[in-house]
Design a protein around this ligand. Structure first.
Ligand code: CA
Length: 576
C-alpha cells in the first residue's frame, strides 16, 4: 500500500469508529484516541500521555457555567484512595476503584451497568494504599490489574471474567495498581513492589488470550523472555551491582507506560533500587530509577536514561514519559521524583535539557547536560550505618524533595495550544537516615527511616506551567495540601485538576487564573477526562481521599488528617 492510500485507510477507519460507536475497540481507535473526541480509550487520553483534548465547547469564557450532570458512588465500606482515570466508549464509562474493583456506568445517566469485585487474599502488600489507577480497553474486553498481582480481562458488556493471569507472587510483595496499555494487539503491564525487593518487569501479553509474548526485567542480570523462550539478559550481570544484590534489586515498573507511534517505542519508568540504603549497593544499579525505551515487537531495550544513579533517597524514576513535537523535533519530557524536569530527544534518548521544577533541591547541584549525570551534593546522601558508633543508624540528613517526590504518580499534561507542560508538584523535604537490612521474602526491604516535613506554612502543593524550551515556570498555583491527582488540558484554554481539599478546579491555561471550582465532598487524587456525547462536552473526575500521603507523610500527614475519605465519580457539563 502506498503512503497516500495508507493515510486514506487510516482516516476512513477513524471516522467509521467515531460514527459507529457500537463496534469493538480497534488499534486505530487506540492510536487516534487523542483526536477522536467521542471516546477516551487510553490512559493518558492518547498513548503519548499528553492528556490534551482538542475539545473547546467548554472554554475559558463559559467554564464558570459548568454544573454536575450526575454523580455515582463506589459505595460500601470500601473507600480509601480513588486514583483512577475513567475510560469512555460506546456510551459507557469504565472506571476502577479502590480494592481492585471495576464499574461500568451509563455516561448519560450515571446508572450502574455492572460491577466487578476482585476477591483479594488476606496477605496482599500494597505499599501505598489499596488504590487502582485505571483500566485498558481493546476489542470487547476491559483489562485491569489487581492488588494480588493478577491481570484480569472482563467482557465489557457483562463484566464477566474472560481470562485472568498471575503476573507476580503477592506473597513476595508484587501487586498491580497502574492502568495497562494496549500496543498493537498486546496488553502491556508492569508491577509494583519496590519496597519489598521484588524485580521490576515490563510484560507484553496477547490481548485475546493473556499468554506472554515477551517479558523484560528491569534489573541487570535477569533474563528476558520472548515467545516462550529465554531471550536476552537485561544489561550485564554485576556491571553496576555488587555481589548478589541484583537478585532483589527493585526497579518496580509501578506506574505504567506510554507509547510513541512515530518511533514505535514503549516508554516505561522504573522505581528505586532495593534496599533504600545505597551504601549496600555501590554502583549505578541499572536499570533502577530510569526511563527505558522498549521495542514493542520483542521487549528489547533501545535506550535508557537513568535520572538518579545509586539512588539513596527513594527517588523512583517511574514518572511518565510524554511524547511531543516542538520546532520540528521529536521530543519527550518527564518530571522526576528527584525534582528535575527533563526533556529528551525521543529517537535516541539524548538529554536536551534538565531544570528544577520545585523551589529547592538539596541532593544535587544540577544535571550535567554533557554526561546526563547529576552533580551530587555527597554530604546530602544519608550516612552509612556501618560508620556509626553502634553500627545501627547512619548520619541523618535533611533532603529536598522528600521521597514522595517533587512529583509522585500524578500525571502531567501538555497543551499543543500553549506549548506548556502542567506539572502537579509538591514542595517538601525529609529527615532520612540509613539502617542495616537483609532481604526476607515478603518483608519491607528499606534499611532507612524518615520523616517528611513541609517547607512552607501556606502551601505544599504547587501546580506549575513549565515551558519545555527553557524549563522556566510560566505560572504557579499554590495549594495548601499536597497535590496527589492528575492534570488535563484542553483546546478551550483550560487546565483541570482536583485538590485533596475536595475541589475540582479549572484554570486559564495561559495565565493560571482560577476560573471555576466545585466541591466534590472528599479529597481528589484522581485524574480528569473529557469527551463529547451527542454534541455536548462532558468532564469527569473521581473523588476519594487517600493514597500514599496519609500513610507515609510524617508531619505532612498531620496537616491533612481532617480530610474525609470517599469514593465517587462526578460528571459535569454546561446545561442546555
Ligand atoms: Ca519507591
Amino acid at each position: 500500500m502506498n503512503k497516500a492510500l495508507l493515510v486514506m485507510a487510516i482516516s476512513a477507519s477513524v471516522s467509521v469508529s467515531a460514527q459507529n460507536a457500537s463496534a469493538n475497540v480497534t488499534d486505530q481507535d487506540i492510536l487516534n484516541d487523542q483526536k477522536i473526541t467521542t471516546q477516551v480509550v487510553t490512559n493518558g487520553m492518547g498513548l503519548n500521555g499528553q492528556r490534551f483534548s482538542p475539545l473547546s465547547n467548554i472554554n475559558k469564557d463559559n467554564v464558570k457555567k459548568l454544573l454536575p450532570a450526575w454523580s455515582f458512588s463506589f459505595g460500601g465500606e470500601k473507600q480509601r484512595g480513588q486514583e483512577a482515570q475513567p475510560l469512555i466508549y460506546d456510551g459507557v464509562m469504565y472506571v476502577t476503584a479502590s480494592y481492585s474493583r471495576v464499574f461500568a456506568v451509563d455516561v448519560k445517566t450515571g446508572e450502574e451497568l455492572w460491577q466487578y469485585d476482585a476477591r483479594l487474599p488476606d496477605g496482599i502488600m500494597p505499599c501505598c494504599d489499596v488504590i487502582n489507577r485505571g483500566a485498558a480497553i481493546y476489542g470487547d474486553l476491559i483489562y485491569f490489574g489487581t492488588l494480588d498481582a493478577q491481570l484480569v480481562a472482563l467482557d465489557r458488556k457483562t463484566g464477566k471474567v474472560t481470562w485472568k493471569k498471575k503476573i507476580g507472587d503477592y506473597k513476595a510483595g508484587y501487586s498491580i495498581t497502574a492502568a495497562p496499555m494496549i500496543v498493537e494487539g498486546k496488553v502491556i503491564t508492569g508491577v509494583s513492589g519496590g519496597e519489598f525487593g521484588i524485580i521490576g518487569k515490563v510484560e507484553a501479553r496477547d490481548a485475546k488470550t493473556g499468554e506472554v509474548v515477551w517479558s523484560r526485567p528491569t534489573i541487570e542480570g535477569h533474563m528476558g523472555m520472548l515467545n516462550g523462550k529465554e531471550s536476552t539478559m537485561t544489561g550485564t550481570k554485576n556491571a553496576t551491582w555488587p555481589g548478589d544484590m541484583w537478585k532483589y534489586g527493585g526497579g518496580a515498573t509501578w506506574l505504567g507506560g506510554t507509547y510513541d507511534e512515530e518511533t514505535r517505542t514503549i516508554f516505561y519508568g522504573t522505581g528505586n533500587p532495593a534496599p533504600w540504603n545505597s551504601h549496600l549497593r555501590p554502583g549505578d544499579n541499572l536499570y533502577s530509577t530510569s526511563r527505558i525505551a522498549i521495542n514493542p515487537d520483542n521487549g528489547e531495550i533501545k535506550w535508557h536514561y537513568q535520572t538518579t544513579p545509586n539512588d539513596g533517597w527513594d527517588y523512583d524514576g517511574v514518572n511518565e514519559v510524554v511524547s511531543f513535537n516542538l520546532d520540528g523535533k521529536k521530543l519527550a519530557a518527564t518530571a522526576d521524583r528527584n525534582g528535575f524536569f527533563y526533556v529528551f530527544n525521543r529517537e535516541e534518548g539524548k538529554l536536551v535539557n534538565a531544570t528544577p521544577f520545585v523551589n529547592e533541591i538539596t541532593w544535587a547541584k544540577g544535571i550535567d547536560l554533557k554526561t546526563g549525570r547529576p552533580i551530587y551534593n555527597e554530604d546530602n546522601r544519608p550516612g552509612n550505618p556501618t560508620k556509626s558508633k553502634d553500627g545501627k543508624k547512619g548520619e541523618s540528613v535533611f533532603a529536598v524533595p522528600a521521597f514522595l517526590g517533587g512529583k509522585n504518580w500524578m500525571p502531567i499534561a501538555y497543551s499543543q495550544q500553549t506549548e506548556l507542560f502542567y506539572v502537579p508538584s509538591n514542595e517538601w523535604g525529609m529527615d532520612i537516615w540509613n539502617e542495616p537490612v537483609n532481604y526476607k521474602k515478603g518483608a519491607a526491604y528499606l534499611g532507612a527511616g524518615f520523616t517528611i516535613k513541609p517547607l512552607y506554612e501556606d502551601h505544599i502543593g504547587s501546580l506549575k506551567a513549565i515551558d519545555p524550551k527553557t524549563g522556566k515556570v510560566a505560572w504557579e498555583y499554590k495549594n495548601n495540601a499536597p497535590l496527589w491527582g492528575g492534570v488535563m488540558t484542553t483546546a478551550g484554554d483550560l487546565v483541570f485538576m482536583g485538590t485533596p481539599e475536595g475541589y475540582f478546579k479549572a484554570f486559564n491555561a495561559k495565565t493560571g487564573e482560577e476560573l471555576w471550582k466545585f466541591q466534590t465532598g472528599s479529597g481528589i487524587v484522581g485524574t480528569p477526562v473529557t469527551w463529547e456525547q451527542d454534541g455536548e462536552q462532558y468532564v469527569s473526575i473521581v473523588s476519594g481521599w487517600g493514597g500514599a500521603v496519609p500513610l507515609w507523610g510524617g508531619e505532612v500527614a498531620k496537616r491533612v488528617k481532617n480530610l474525609n475519605q470517599g469514593g465517587s465519580i462526578w460528571t459535569f457539563k454546561i446545561p442546555n
